[in-house]
Design a protein around this ligand. Structure first.
Ligand SMILES: NC(=O)c1ccc[n+]([C@@H]2O[C@H](COP(=O)([O-])OP(=O)(O)OC[C@H]3O[C@@H](n4cnc5c(N)ncnc54)[C@H](O)[C@@H]3O)[C@@H](O)[C@H]2O)c1
Length: 351
């Protein structure tokens, strides 16, 4: 599997940890830092240590979980960088899932006006999505990714062997983004992914999924147009995720919430963007086959709408959607009324 070239950096697949080693030796950084959470420290750091045997580095560890992707933990990272004497010419290696790659990317892109960072994604979700494309960020007041930057990493190193220690629920969460890449861009990928299911995913599927994400972000790095299609399912999905984070004892994972968004937004696609009924049903079936239903209640609708109103993608006070016209094709900058949004939530409940 040859490296994929992104906007300004390579995405390595094969021998990726050896490539990381080579990259560090060639780049001559004054200091190297590795950011982990307590899970990636146990499951992923040993392989990285083995590959980087002759490289000195300092370790920064944070507590895992979306609830910690916030300014307080980010200050913790900045403080550690300062205490360890990080300079402009330092490198931060983000070794973890999307929380680590997003928050580590944000901390690096703002520390001393920006130091280099690379992504070593260790969850399915971060491999096929979060580590590619240069969106960094943190949440605030339960609004997802509301603070952040567009900053490209210097390289991405994907090693699918890391997925072996990932919990099945986390695989299912990442699977949502793989399904999305098929739904918005590649009908034949969607067919393959649907058949494979979360535990049948192959390296080839993961590679193709990264290729799609990369093709889209290369075309439109700052999300002025085409990149918006990656937000399919995310307007409602993010609202459900934020709501669940602040209300549920066991909150939904990102992909689980986005899967709810897919059903609602596939419904809106059929109302507003010509998605045929048969393809709406096919989409819903593919999602229902993998994700348990979530107890969405009518009395939560106003709170969900409030969250959607804060979405970064909105324009002129209208709530912005990316909606399928068919499986494999997606439009963007489509607006739905509150009534239509509530109808789509009703549709989810009726499923
Ligand atoms: N920047 C982007 O373009 C983008 C795109 C999609 C999602 N995201 C963000 O990604 C985040 C979700 O990412 P995630 O699903 O990877 O969550 P995560 O980073 O919280 O990781 C999930 C869990 O798996 C553990 N873990 C990680 N790697 C492991 C491994 N190899 N073995 C065992 N356990 C491991 C983590 O410690 C954590 O407990 C969200 O914050 C979302 O907003 C960003």
């Amino acid at each position: 599997m040859i490296p994929i070239q992104s906007i300004s950096y390579p995405i390595f697949f094969e021998n990726s940890l050896q490539e990381l080693h080579k990259f560090i030796l060639e780049s001559k950084y004054s200091k190297v830092f590795i950011l982990v959470d307590s899970n990636t420290e146990i499951h992923c750091l040993p392989a990285v240590q083995e590959a980087l045997k002759d490289i000195d580095y300092d370790l920064i560890e944070i507590t895992p979980g979306e609830e910690n992707k916030n300014i307080d933990f980010c200050i913790g990272i900045w403080r550690m960088l300062l205490d360890f004497g990080a300079e402009r010419n330092s490198l931060l290696i983000n070794l973890g899932g999307g929380v680590i790659t997003d928050m580590g990317g944000f901390a690096a892109s703002t520390f001393k006006r920006g130091i280099d960072f690379v992504q070593v994604p260790t969850t399915l979700l971060s491999q096929v999505d979060a580590s590619v494309g240069g969106k960094t960020g943190i949440d605030m007041d339960n609004v997802k990714n509301i603070i952040g930057t567009f900053t490209q990493p210097k390289a991405v190193f994907i090693n699918t062997r890391f997925l072996k220690t990932l919990e099945e629920r986390e695989i299912r969460s990442g699977f949502a983004e793989v399904l999305k890449h098929g739904l918005i861009y590649d009908r034949s990928l969607f067919n393959t992914v649907k058949m494979a299911g979360p535990i049948g995913l192959t390296d080839e599927i993961i590679y193709r999924s990264v290729e799609i994400k990369n093709e889209v972000v290369k075309e439109d790095p700052f999300e002025k147009s085409l990149r918006k299609i990656l937000n399919f399912g995310h307007t409602i999905g993010h609202a459900v995720e934020s709501y669940s984070l602040s209300h549920d004892r066991k909150p939904l994972l990102h992909g689980e919430a986005i899967a709810i968004g897919f059903i609602c937004e596939a419904y809106l696609s059929s109302k507003k963007n010509g998605l045929r009924q048969a393809e709406l049903e096919e989409t819903v079936e593919a999602i229902k086959a993998v994700y348990p239903s979530y107890n969405l209640r009518k009395e939560n609708y106003p709170a969900l709408l409030e969250i959607m109103k804060n979405d970064k993608k909105n324009n002129g006070g209208q709530i912005n959607f990316s909606l399928l016209s068919e499986i494999g094709k997606c439009g963007f900058d489509l607006y739905c009324t509150e009534e239509e949004i509530f109808e789509s939530l009703d549709y989810y409940i009726s499923m």
